[in-house]
Design a protein around this ligand. Structure first.
Ligand code: UD1
Ligand code: CA
Length: 458
């Protein structure tokens, strides 16, 4: 097969986004737009990928890393000028070059492969990926002659009224003969409404030189959406979300209401898992089979094993083992690990703590910096007092221990196996295996003394 090269345009600032963040780094389904483009491009197995960076160059490089080579476009003089920056890396090489924008995050590798293939079969020097847009405003239009042969691309700002009525748009994606591309790039000028070097002018240049130019029209306009402003960004997110949701449903996941289910790109979910409305699943999350994620839950960068039940809870960078249940209204903060068949109930917060198999913390508890064994019972309102204002301390509670309601475990302490901490105790010293600990004042009752108090009704 012929050598394949790819140039990704990602140097623009994205003025229309009105943002501090560079346009191509805005996220769609949790992943930077330019990263989506690169991921799809990688699937077409090119020999070399060059990303053109300018605005936010360092941030773009940090996002894509070693997956691409880079060429710097110090000044943004237009898309044609941007492609020209790859000259040192690519000019003179034999092969086919795909040019794609960093702001078209919905394009799929299947479409890109079809484009390469169409280009090869037609033996053309340039093939434009086009689509029919319901609202073509803002895009470059494909101008064809009376028998339908592509003549040139005209930008919105340069289009006559008649040209502006054309609904076939330039998706900003093209395949070129590499050598002809760099020859033609030297011939474009800035003689247009925006005073920029337009890549699109190449079509007319090649045409005038007698080269074959083709257009490959794809069926699905959605894929070609170019994100220039926040309205298009929300549209891209909606389309990507539908795509991701459909994927999971096809894989055997029940989404009770896909329209209110937000699953980021790359999340993995096992079959027969049920996801209720208004759930957000983000980052590197992996969810097993037969899990129920109840309404209004948010799960970020976490692992949820099989048969887990989660109700209206927030879970971040945590692990929930098989058969456990969490919530409602629980908050698992980073590095919480909830053991097999364990139970974390209402208004329980766990941070940097491990709960063993079958351990229960049912109500209103804070567990921070602790290692809790198996089958431990943690009563209502128990607080692990882990912070003295400066340092954090860790406590350990061994298997089968029982921590009575409203106890304070002032870390660092160790409660041994079967240890029993009585309700309302403030524990500042270790409790030995099988021991019973009281850490509270004794109760004193005074006969009839209640009568002296204002609440007394006789
Ligand atoms: C471009 C096309 C238009 C097409 C549309 C599809 C041109 C002249 N126009 O318009 O025909 O319909 O895409 O989405 O090419 N960039 C650089 N350096 C620059 C300028 C832009 O790297 O000097 C990058 C941007 O970061 C962006 C991409 O090129 O990723 C496209 O630029 P943008 O300004 O968004 O072009 P459009 O106006 O959308
Ligand atoms: Ca654009």
């Amino acid at each position: 097969m012929e050598n394949r090269f790819v140039i990704i345009l990602a140097a623009g600032k994205g003025t229309r986004m009105k943002s501090k963040l560079y346009k191509v780094l805005h996220k769609v389904a949790g992943k930077a737009m330019v990263d989506h483009v690169l991921t799809q491009v990688e699937n077409t197995r090119p020999d070399e990928i060059v990303t053109i960076v300018g605005h936010g160059a360092e941030a773009v490089k940090a996002t894509l890393g070693e997956r691409s080579k880079y060429a710097l476009q110090a000044e943004q003089l237009g898309t044609g000028h941007a492609v020209l920056q790859a000259k040192e890396l690519l000019a003179g090489k034999k092969g086919t070059t795909l040019v794609v924008s960093g702001d078209t995050p919905l394009l799929t590798w299947e479409t890109l492969s079809n484009l390469f293939e169409y280009h090869a079969t037609r033996q053309s020097s340039a093939t434009i990926l086009t689509a029919n847009a319901p609202d073509p405003f803002g895009y470059g239009r494909i101008i064809r002659d009376h028998i339908g042969i592509v003549e040139r691309i005209v930008e919105q700002k340069d289009a006559s009224a008649e040209e502006a009525r054309v609904t076939e748009i330039n998706t900003g994606t093209y395949v070129f003969d590499n050598e002809l591309l760099f020859d033609a790039l030297g011939k474009i000028d800035t003689n247009n409404a925006q005073g920029e070097y337009y890549l699109t002018d190449i079509i007319e240049i090649l045409k005038n030189e007698g080269q074959t130019v083709a257009a490959f029209q794809m069926d699905n306009f959605d894929e070609s959406l170019g994100v220039n402003d926040r309205i298009a960004l929300s549209e891209a997110n909606r389309i990507m979300r539908d795509r991701i949701n459909k994927y999971h449903m096809v894989q055997g996941v029940t989404l009770v209401d896909p329209a209110s289910t937000y699953i980021q790109y790359g999340v993995k979910i096992g079959s027969d898992t049920i996801i209720e409305p208004n759930v957000h699943i983000k980052g590197k999350t992996v969810i097993g089979s037969d899990v129920v994620i109840g309404a209004n839950s948010e799960i970020v960068d976490s692992t949820i094993e099989d048969n887990v039940k989660i109700r209206s809870s927030v879970i971040e960078e945590s692990i929930v083992r098989t058969g456990a249940d969490v919530g409602p209204m629980a908050h698992l903060r980073p590095l919480a690990e909830i053991g097999e068949n364990a139970h974390v109930g209402n208004f329980v917060e766990v941070k940097k703590a491990t709960l063993g198999k079958g351990t229960k913390a049912g109500h209103l508890t804070y567990i921070g910096n602790a290692e809790i064994g198996n089958e431990v019972n943690i009563g209502a309102g128990v607080i692990f007092v882990n912070y003295d204002g400066k340092n954090k301390y860790e406590s350990k509670v061994d298997d089968f221990a029982f921590i009575g309601s409203n106890a304070n475990i002032v870390s660092p302490v160790h409660v041994g196996k079967n240890g029993l901490v009585t309700a309302g105790s403030t524990i500042t010293e270790d409790v030995a295996e099988d021991a019973l600990a009281f850490g509270r004042a004794r109760q004193v009752n005074k006969e009839d003394r209640a009568k002296n108090y204002p609440h007394y009704k006789g």
